[in-house]
Design a protein around this ligand. Sequence first.
Ligand code: ADP
Ligand code: MG
Length: 325
Amino acid sequence: MSEFDWIAWLKNKAQQSGARDDVVLGIGDDAAICSVPAGMQLITCTDTLVSGVHFPEDTRAADIGYKALAVNLSDMAAMGAEPAWMSLALTVPDMDWDWLQNFSEGLLDLAGEYRVALIGGDTTRGPLSVTVTVQGFVPAGSALRRAGARVGDDVWVTGSLGDAAAALQQYKHGPMQSMKLRHRLDRPTPRVAAGLALRGLASAAIDISDGLAQDLGHILSSSSVGAELELGRLPVSASLLDFHKDDAARWALQLSGGDDYELCFTAPPAEAFAIEQVMAAAGVTASVIGHITAEPGLRCLTPDGEHLALEQTGYRHFAEATHVH
Ligand code: ADP
Ligand code: MG
């Protein structure tokens, strides 16, 4: 199969999974043409997944396709943006038809779920690497940003933390013990509905790709504030608890493990009830885990009220270990 057969096949497949009226010209020309709705601002993000760095080498093609889009949808969610279009820059070692078909299925099934149209891309030969760019929009001026957290705001997270990092730890030390945890690593759920619902409620937001401590740290430095977290309030899945009963080891995964793709956001306490309601409507759990302080930096309190030094959690070590190698 040639590169041109592949592009023709993909074009056809893309049209079936997610045609949109606002795509004036999709795959097949030198570039795509899309219409941005009046009054909207265009939001653009790009993420690359490199084999062996951002996903284990044994990851199934369909899961790689899924994740390449999911991590970008997560960025859209963190901006409060409605995703609309994507392009795909794909580097593959060879034109393996089975692999390409499975990869496209994982990618385009998720695209169809969120009404995202594949409008173009590039295909090259080389070590496996997938770059997806997603574009979407927000009503002008209403995007969520990292800057905006204010002293006294609650700190929230969606879903639960630490599953993907626990899966990666199991993978590295083999054999994989929990397919539930592995699923959270391979198929993170982008919190798009939650992000949309937080417009006008959250003061700042980010998605957690590199671990809560690091990503919340970006909100803190962008907003020129600090935060205090209560470790006993970090939301934890039943699977994670099964494998990590030791508090300190579990907190390390939850604070420093990447790849969860949950949202971390801040909001005034007066909005807490409204947030609980919109999250329930979006079908997402959300928990308050601490609050914003004037004192800069991040402090973590154990349920006994003691300060936990982040180094104690293996913070640096895990920050490096969030990737496969
Ligand atoms: P050009 O040489 O003008 O860049 P290409 O042969 O790279 O053209 O691409 C032809 C068309 O196919 C373009 O519309 C491009 O967007 C699309 N395309 C190529 N590779 C991909 C891909 N991996 N995913 C989606 N569209 C692609
Ligand atoms: Mg090209």
